[in-house]
Design a protein around this ligand. Sequence first.
Ligand code: NI
Length: 223
Amino acid sequence: MILCLADVLTAEAVAELLSLTAGGSWTDGTRTAGWAAREVKRNRQLAKGTAAAEAAAIVRAGLEAHQVFRAASLVRRMRDPMFARYEAGEEYGLHVDDALMGSGPDPLRTDLSVTVFLSPPSAYDGGELVLDSPAGEQTIKLDAGSAVLYPSTFLHRVAPVTRGERRVAVTWVQSLVRSVEQRAILFDLDQARRDLFAREGRSPAFDLIAKSYANLLRLWAES
Ligand code: NI
């Protein structure tokens, strides 16, 4: 499931992120790419430091507060958001994200990849996120403050930027529910129970859907 989410960050939060990250130090993006992705990655990334940590906390808070993001991803763990910039001539060729991230005995399994757009679409030409999905190529370029959530299993790329600058935050989620099909069923049921509740409040039908949601989550969640 590919999901575009509006209003993950307010205009004020985006402005704060742009100013926070402007002062940081930007390094060659190949330093954080896997060995194969390194060959096709041409961008810059914000180096670790105070500005990056503060900016990451803002993005994380925006995602965690977004009801649809929570319902669709069922986050168990989220990687600290990273910040990338692409200027004219830069791109990220076709690649798949690493399956496991982080060192040590308990790496994060990437179930979902997230891109949060920080530049308005008018600020750059090209720079679309292109997802190689089972339904064909999906091309995504969203408003500043919006995000796209997609299965980390997809091959994907960032088209070359031909004008201006594209800034994004990217992160990865390990979900409580590993299966993309099970997550989709839970997401549908969750939206259905919320719709029903908004229309008629508690009812026998609402209780049954709520019970089914809770019991499927109990069956499928890894904790
Ligand atoms: Ni990627």
